[in-house]
Ligand binder design. Structure first.
Ligand code: UN1
Length: 480
C-alpha cells in the first residue's frame, strides 16, 4: 500500500500515524495510507510559512505568475488522471470530477494573471502638498481548511489567490479526501514554489485545525465547511485577532413559477438538487412551486428521478455516485425519516445494493412539505430535496427568504418582471435564473449572506479583499 507524506518546510514528512483513504463506491478499494499530522507537525508548518513569508512577500509578480501558470498547465494536462482519483476518493461521477479538476486548473491560470494585475490608487490629498497612495500588501501566513465535497476546486480557489498576492500557506484538507490535495501540492512544488511557501498538513481538524486557529503566527484563516465548525473557528479567530472568512451551509431555494418552461425547470432542479449526490453547499434543497404548475412539475420530477442511474462513480453510465461516507449516509437517512414523520411524502430515498460494497442511496424527493418543517430549515448535504407548494410569486419569495441561510437562490420563469424582482429581493449571495443553483464560474465572486458566509467573497478579483490588506500612504514631497 502506497503511503503519502505531509509536506512541511520543503520536505515530505511521514506521519507518526496514517489513515486510509477509502473509495465510497467500493469499500474494499483503499487508495492509500495518508499521513496524519500531529500538533508538532502543524507548528513546524506554521513556522516554515512564517520564515518563507519575508522573501515570498517581496517576490515579483512574474515569479508568482510563473509558478501558478505552470501549476494550471499541469493540472489541465493531467485532468483525466486526477479526475479519476477525485471520483475514486470522493464519489462524484467521472465527468463531474474531471470537470472539477479542469476548474482547478483554470483557477490557477486566472490567479496567475491576477498576480500581474494587482494595482493601487493615487489620489490628491485634501491638504496642500500631499499625495495619497493606496496599495495592497499580503497578509502573511494563511491557514486554509477545506471540505471533502470539492477535493481540488476549493483548495485551488483558496491556495491560488493566497499565493498570487504573496502570502504563505498552511493547508489542511478534509480527512476524507487527502489524495487530490496531495497531488495538488505536489504539482505546486514541482512548479517551482520556494521552500516553506506552501505546507500540507493532512490530519484531524481537532489537532491540525486547532493548532492553526490557536497560533499567533497564523494571520488569517479561510474555511469552507459546516456551520458548527465555522462558528467555533470564528470565535477562536476573534479571540486571537485573526482575519477570517467562512463559507458554510446552504438551504438554497429554487422557485418554479406557473409560467416556467417545465423542461427547463425540471432540468435545473434535477441537476441542482441531485447531481454530485446533492453534496454541494449550493444544492437546491427547497423547490418552491406555485400551484398552477405544481402537479405537472412533481410528476415530471418523479419520471426523471426513476430514470437516474445511481452507481459506481467510475462507471461510464453512472449519473449519481455514492454518498461520501457512512456518517453522511446516516445523516441523509435520518433527515428522510424526519421528513416522513413531519408529514412529507418521500419518493425514492432507499438504500441501493450494487456490485461492490458502497454508500449508494436513491435520490429522495419529499412532497407535501411546509416551510417550517425541519427538512426545510436544516441542511442535509445529500441527495434530498423537498417541494413546497405556494399560491403565487409573492408567497414563493417570502418562503425563499424564510431561512437562516443565504448562499444561492434560483427562479424558473419566463417572466422578465418576476425574474427581475426576484434578482433584487431574494436574500442570497448568488441568484440563478432558469439554471441550477449549483455549478458556478471560476472568475466571478462566490459567497453568500446570513448564516451561509462570513467575510469577503471568494474567487474572481474580489478574492483580493480577503487575501490582501490595504495600506494608505501620505507623501509630502516637499517644495518643488
Ligand atoms: C458549485 O456549486 O459549483 O462547498 C460550487 C460547496 C461550495 C462550492 C459549490 N463551496 O459546495
Amino acid at each position: 500500500m502506497k503511503t503519502f507524506a505531509n509536506y512541511i518546510d520543503g520536505q515530505w514528512i511521514e506521519g507518526k500515524t496514517t489513515a486510509p483513504n477509502v473509495n465510497p463506491s467500493n469499500l474494499d478499494d483503499v487508495i492509500g495510507q495518508f499521513a496524519e499530522a500531529d500538533a508538532d507537525d502543524a507548528q513546524r508548518a506554521i513556522a516554515a510559512a512564517r520564515k518563507a513569508f519575508g522573501p515570498w512577500s517581496v517576490s515579483t509578480p512574474q515569479q508568482r505568475f510563473d509558478v501558478l501558470d505552470q501549476a494550471g498547465t499541469t493540472i489541465l494536462a493531467r485532468k483525466a488522471e486526477l479526475g479519476r482519483l477525485l471520483a475514486r476518493e470522493e464519489g462524484k461521477t467521472l465527468p463531474e470530477a474531471i470537470g472539477e479538476v479542469a476548474r482547478a486548473g483554470q483557477i490557477f491560470k486566472f490567479f496567475a494573471g491576477e498576480a500581474l494585475r494587482l494595482g493601487g490608487e493615487i489620489l490628491p490629498s485634501v491638504r496642500p502638498g500631499l499625495t495619497v497612495e493606496v496599495t495592497r500588501e499580503p497578509l502573511g501566513v494563511i491557514g486554509l481548511i477545506t471540505p471533502w465535497n470539492f477535493p481540488i476546486a476549493i483548495p485551488a480557489w483558496k491556495i491560488a489567490p493566497a499565493l498570487a498576492y504573496g502570502n504563505c500557506v498552511v493547508f489542511k484538507p478534509a480527512e476524507l479526501v487527502p489524495g487530490s490535495a496531495w497531488e495538488l501540492v505536489n504539482i505546486l512544488v514541482e512548479s517551482g514554489l520556494p521552500q516553506g511557501v506552501l505546507n500540507l498538513v493532512m490530519g484531524r481538524g481537532a489537532v491540525v485545525g486547532e493548532a492553526m486557529v490557536a497560533s499567533p503566527d497564523v494571520d488569517a484563516i479561510s474555511f469552507t465547511g459546516s456551520v458548527a465548525t465555522g462558528s467555533a473557528i470564528a470565535a477562536r479567530c476573534v479571540a486571537s485577532g485573526k482575519k477570517f472568512q467562512l463559507e458554510m451551509g446552504g438551504k438554497n431555494p429554487m422557485v418554479v413559477l406557473d409560467d416556467a418552461d417545465l423542461d427547463v425547470a425540471v432540468e435545473a432542479c434535477i441537476n441542482g438538487a441531485f447531481y454530485s449526490t446533492g453534496q454541494r453547499c449550493t444544492a437546491s434543497s427547497r423547490l418552491i412551486v406555485t400551484e398552477g404548475i405544481h402537479d405537472r412539475f412533481v410528476e415530471a420530477m418523479c419520471n426523471r428521478l426513476a430514470a437516474l442511474r445511481i452507481g459506481d462513480a467510475l462507471s461510464a453510465d453512472t449519473q449519481i455516485g455514492p454518498v461520501v461516507d457512512a456518517r453522511q449516509l446516516e445523516q441523509d437517512e435520518r433527515y428522510i425519516a424526519i421528513a416522513r414523520e413531519e408529514g412529507g411524502t418521500v419518493i425514492g430515498g432507499e438504500r441501493l445494493e450494487r456490485a461492490t460494497p458502497g454508500f449508494f442511496l436513491a435520490p429522495a424527493l419529499v412532497t407535501g412539505t411546509t416551510a417550517d418543517m425541519r427538512i426545510n430549515r436544516e441542511e442535509v448535504f445529500g441527495p434530498v430535496a423537498s417541494v413546497i407548494r405556494v399560491k403565487d410569486y409573492d408567497e414563493a419569495l417570502a418562503v425563499a427568504n424564510d431561512t437562516p441561510f443565504g448562499l444561492s437562490a434560483g427562479i424558473c420563469t419566463t417572466s422578465l418582471k418576476y425574474a427581475t424582482h426576484f434578482r433584487r429581493h431574494v436574500q442570497a449571495g448568488m441568484v440563478m435564473v432558469n439554471t441550477a443553483t449549483a455549478g458556478v464560474d471560476y472568475h466571478v465572486p462566490f459567497g453568500g449572506r446570513k448564516g451561509s458566509s462570513y467575510g469577503p467573497r471568494e474567487q474572481g478579483s474580489y478574492a483580493r479583499e480577503f487575501y490582501t490588506t490595504v495600506k494608505t500612504a501620505y507623501i509630502h514631497a516637499g517644495q518643488v
